[in-house]
Design a protein around this ligand. Structure first.
Ligand code: 0PR
Length: 384
């Protein structure tokens, strides 16, 4: 940092210059984030200084947070819901697994001086579970997927042993947008008396608003916690994630004594937390309601359907029939194609790992004209 500050004009010139080098979402088909809703942006700015790490000082913002949790409890069929706003899916998953681990340890289910506890997750789990293995020093056992990219219930069951402290299933996998057979997994969790965490970071703001009836939430008796991200399909500002628990039983195992705050306990991972993200999430959820989100999701699903029809015309098939607005396309040499689409056509897409395919996320920032332009360029890139 320089001794003397520079003018505001100079600062905003520097910022504009940096912003120009960012890609505009208009040509991004790889992101699970999008432009936040304008109501969320306004609310975010109004609460810009609010810190949920010391919510005794920010009581109004804390009330908004409680209302978000209740609204989500309503959508996900849980009258006794508890939870809080996180920085996103990664933090929600870390805390959910930490709660499972602590619950089991505090009950003396395993000898923590001798045993490394484990969890069983689908092979399709987000890479945040690899961070969890490292941070919590746990084994993360990965269960096989079936041909539809759903976790195999038999494989999950075969990995459970006496040191398993919990199970994870996914409602909207990162790569394929697939939903695991959560109803069956809920039964397995109950029969082994294990907690079950649902990673609905992406699907949480999609599944309740589409016509297909997927059971994935607290309506299933085995589900004990859920991760849901308003900063993905919830159209809120970054950083907005939510961690939900069925009731106080598990969240209580995250309790830490907080000696110098206006409140004497904390259950969160971070200390200082964004109250702006709370206000933004509250505002956009209240503004859109179920009808508003249903329209957003319906539009994304229509665009996804249009894209799939058009690529089929080029002889390309999706790896699975899209369940939500995530599509993986079986193309020859996906990695080379991805590079070509980016360097020659300025389209930003991603690839899946197994099988290797071209991955597209059809977010609200896209429209039919953009999808058609993309398909035309995809056709050219495939031919050249
Ligand atoms: N769980 C699932 C199912 C996810 O898809 C993701 C992120 C997470 C957890 C972790 O969420 P946070 O990133 O909020 O901690 N999925 C996307 C991914 O890793 C996130 C993303 C978003 C990536 C925008 C790129 C991007 O431009 O692919």
């Amino acid at each position: 940092m320089k001794q003397t500050g520079v003018s505001e004009e100079e600062i905003f010139y520097l910022l504009s210059d940096a912003k120009k080098r960012d890609f505009s979402y208009q040509r991004v088909l790889s992101s699970m984030c999008t432009y936040p809703h304008e109501v969320a942006v306004r609310a975010h700015m109004q609460f810009i200084e609010s810190n949920m790490g010391d919510f005794g000082l920010f009581r109004g913002t804390h009330d908004l947070e409680k209302q978000i949790i209740l609204m989500l409890g309503d959508i996900y069929h849980c009258g006794s819901v508890e939870g809080y706003l996180t920085t996103g899916g990664t933090e929600s998953n870390i805390q959910a697994v930490r709660a499972m681990r602590n619950f089991s340890r505090d009950r003396g289910n395993y000898d923590s001086s001798e045993v490394r506890p484990n969890i069983v997750v689908p092979a399709s789990a987000h890479f945040s579970f690899d961070k969890i293995a490292d941070i919590l020093d746990m084994e993360v056992k990965k269960a096989d997927l079936d041909h539809e990219m759903k976790v195999s219930v038999d494989s999950m069951q075969s990995l459970i042993d006496e040191n398993t402290v919990g199970l994870v299933a996914i409602a909207g996998s990162t790569e394929f947008g697939q939903v695991d057979p959560i109803e069956e997994i809920s039964q397995i969790a109950l029969s082994h008396s294990l907690p079950l965490h649902i990673d609905a970071a992406f699907g949480g703001f999609v599944l309740p608003f589409i016509s297909a009836n997927h059971k994935f939430d607290f309506s299933l008796p085995g589900v004990t916690s859920m991760a849901v991200d308003p900063h993905k399909m919830g159209l809120s500002t970054i950083p907005s994630g939510v961690l939900l628990f069925r009731d106080f039983e598990y969240i209580n195992h995250l309790r830490v004594h907080a000696p110098y705050l206006t409140v004497d306990t904390q259950y969160t991972l971070t200390g200082t937390r964004s109250g702006a993200a709370v206000a933004a999430t509250y505002a956009v959820m209240k503004f859109l309601g179920v009808e508003g989100y249903s329209k957003v999701v319906e539009r994304c699903m229509d665009l996804t359907g249009h894209l799939v029809e058009r690529v089929k015309g080029l002889g390309i098939r999706p790896v699975i029939d899209p369940v939500m607005n995530v599509v993986a396309l079986e193309v020859p040499h996906p990695t080379t194609l991805r590079t070509k689409l980016s360097s020659e056509y300025d389209w930003h897409v991603s690839i899946t790992q197994d099988p290797k395919a071209l991955r597209l996320v059809i977010m609200p920032h896209l429209d039919i004209g953009t999808i058609d332009m993309f398909i035309n360029d995809l056709e050219k890139a495939l031919r050249s």
